[in-house]
Design a protein around this ligand. Structure first.
Ligand SMILES: Cc1cc2nc3c(=O)[nH]c(=O)nc-3n(C[C@H](O)[C@H](O)[C@H](O)COP(=O)(O)O)c2cc1C
Length: 342
C-alpha cells in the first residue's frame, strides 16, 4: 500500500491520505471578503477529487491584512456563516479542511487600506508597494488579538484546524527577518526577539481553539545576511513548544530581489522540509514543484515529510488523488460513482 494514500494524523485529526492542497489565493471574493459560490465549487471539487486536507487560501484576520480587495476575510463574526459553506461541502465529500489565517503586512496592496509592518521599510520601491507604518507595541498586541479572534471564528465555522501564515514576506514573516525587522524593542534584534510574534501568535491561537495548528514558514529568504534554514530550525523548535503540530515548509517571498535563490526545479524546497523534520523534531508538509504521486511517495519513503502539498498540480487536475489511487492500484479508494472513469 502506498504511503501517500495512507491515513495520517495532525494532532487528533485523522486525514484519509497524505495529500494536501496548499493555500492558493484566488482573488475571487468581493470587497466584503466572503466566500461565495465560486469558492464552494473550487474547494468542493478538490474534496470530491480525493484530497485529504484542503487548506483554504490566505484569509485576512484584519481588513488591512488583505493583499488585495478580493481576498477572503475572517475579520468579523459576519464571516462565520459564509465560511461554513466551505467546511460543509468539504466535510460532506470526505476531506478535512483548514483555513490559512493571514496578515499581508507591508505587502498589502489595497487602495482603501494602509500597510503596517515591523519597520518602516517597503517591500519594493515599485508600485503598488508603499512605505508601511511601523507597528507600536500596543498595536502588536492588537495583531495577536486579531489572529486569536479569527481562529475562534474559524473553529465556529467548522474548520478542522488552522494554518498560521508565517511565510512569503507577509506580516509575521516580516518580523522574522533582520532585513525587514529593524526594531530595537523585544520584537526585534536577536533571533529570539524576531521570532517572538509568530511564537506568541501560535501559542495564543492554540490555547484559544485547542485544534491542530499548522504554521507555514519560508525556510529561507535567499539573502546573504537574511533569514535562513538554520534560523528556521530554531524557530520550528520554538513553534513546537508553543503548540504547533506541523510546519508547512515553503521559502522566499520576503525580498523583491534575492541573492542566493536556487533554480526552481522539481522538489526544490523539499530539503528544507527534511531538515526541519529531522533537526526540529516536528512533522512537516513539503511543498514546491511536487507534481506527481510518485514524487510525493518518494518524499514520504525518504523521511522528508509527513504530508505532501500539490498546489498548481491541483489547479490543473482536481482529481490528482484519484489518479494516484489508480496509479498505485488502490482503486477501492476511488468513490464507486467515479470508478468506471478510471
Ligand atoms: C495562484 C496561487 C496562489 C497562491 N496563494 C498562496 C496563499 O494564499 N498562501 C500561501 O501561503 N501560498 C500561496 N501560494 C503558494 C502555494 O501555496 C505553493 O506553495 C506554491 O504554489 C508552490 O507549490 P506548487 O509548486 O505545488 O504549486 C500560491 C500559489 C499560487 C500558484
Amino acid at each position: 500500500m502506498s504511503l501517500l494514500l495512507q491515513e495520517g494524523t495532525i494532532g487528533n485529526v485523522t486525514l484519509k491520505n497524505r495529500i494536501v492542497m496548499p493555500p492558493m489565493c484566488m482573488y475571487h471574493a468581493d470587497k466584503d471578503g466572503h466566500p461565495n459560490a465560486f469558492h464552494v465549487l473550487h474547494y468542493g471539487s478538490k474534496a470530491l477529487g480525493g484530497v485529504g486536507l484542503i487548506i483554504v487560501e490566505a484569509t485576512a484576520v484584519e481588513s488591512r491584512g488583505r493583499i488585495s480587495e478580493n481576498d477572503l476575510g475572517i475579520w468579523s463574526d459576519e464571516h462565520i456563516a459564509s465560511h461554513r459553506t466551505l467546511t460543509a461541502i468539504c466535510h460532506d465529500n470526505g476531506a478535512k479542511i483548514a483555513v490559512q489565517l493571514a496578515h499581508a503586512g507591508r505587502k498589502c496592496e489595497c487602495d482603501s487600506e494602509f500597510p503596517v509592518a515591523p519597520s518602516a521599510i517597503a517591500f519594493s520601491t515599485e508600485a503598488p508597494y508603499r512605505i508601511p507604518l511601523m507597528l507600536t507595541l500596543e498595536e502588536i498586541e492588537g495583531i495577536k488579538d486579531s489572529f486569536v479572534r479569527a481562529a475562534l471564528r474559524a473553529k465556529e465555522a467548522g474548520y478542522d484546524m488552522v494554518e498560521i501564515h508565517g511565510a512569503h514576506g507577509y506580516l509575521l514573516c516580516e518580523f522574522l527577518s533582520p532585513l525587514s525587522n529593524q526594531r530595537t524593542d523585544r520584537y526585534g534584534g536577536t533571533l529570539e526577539n524576531r521570532c517572538r510574534l509568530l511564537v506568541e501568535v501560535t501559542q495564543a491561537v492554540k490555547e484559544a481553539i485547542n485544534l491542530p495548528v499548522i504554521v507555514r514558514i519560508s525556510a529561507e529568504e535567499w539573502m546573504k545576511e537574511g533569514w535562513n534554514i538554520e534560523d528556521s530550525i530554531a524557530l520550528s523548535k520554538a513553534l513546537k513548544t508553543a503548540g504547533a503540530d506541523v510546519i508547512h515548509v515553503s521559502a522566499g517571498g520576503n525580498q523583491a530581489v534575492t541573492q542566493t535563490q536556487p533554480p526552481i526545479v522539481p522538489l526544490y524546497q523539499a530539503e528544507y522540509a527534511k531538515r526541519i523534520r529531522q533537526e526540529g523534531s516536528i512533522p512537516t508538509i513539503a511543498v514546491g514543484l511536487i507534481t506527481t504521486p510518485a514524487e510525493g511517495e518518494a518524499l514520504l519513503i525518504g523521511g522528508v515529510c509527513d504530508f505532501v502539498a500539490y498546489g498548481r498540480s491541483l489547479l490543473r487536475n482536481p482529481n490528482l488523488a484519484l489518479a494516484a489511487a489508480k496509479e498505485f492500484h488502490e482503486t477501492d479508494k476511488i468513490p464507486a460513482s467515479f470508478r468506471r472513469g478510471f
